[in-house]
Design a protein around this ligand. Structure first.
Ligand SMILES: [Zn+2]
Length: 104
């Protein structure tokens, strides 16, 4: 069974693989909205991926993510176009015994 974090990672992977095309991926948390993906950072290198649901406003941050070719990262002044969303911790939803290995 996937943890919530893993379900979001899967959603991210699906969107990421489709880039620069857009893909419709339903919110892993509630199935209520569509998952959005944006990058901050430089277009030539690595950046931070912002992944969130446009309805319940939860999601994940992924640092040091490679920005794919053909994708323009948000300039710092456009960063506010991404709404504030509630961040899901990587170990959220794990069983107790899984937490330790997730940290390692
Ligand atoms: Zn949602």
């Amino acid at each position: 069974m996937l943890t919530l974090w893993e379900a979001w990672m899967d959603a991210f992977e699906e969107l990421y693989q489709a880039l620069p095309a857009r893909k419709r991926v339903v919110c892993p948390t509630n199935g209520d909205g569509e998952v959005r993906l944006a990058f901050t950072g430089s277009s030539s290198g690595s950046g931070t991926a912002l992944v969130w649901c446009d309805t319940c406003m939860t999601g994940i941050f992924l640092h040091r993510t490679r920005v794919p070719a053909g994708v323009t990262p948000l300039a710092p002044e456009k960063r506010r176009r991404v709404p504030n969303f509630r961040i899901i911790a990587p170990d959220a939803g794990s069983d107790d015994e899984d937490v330790e290995s997730a940290v390692l």
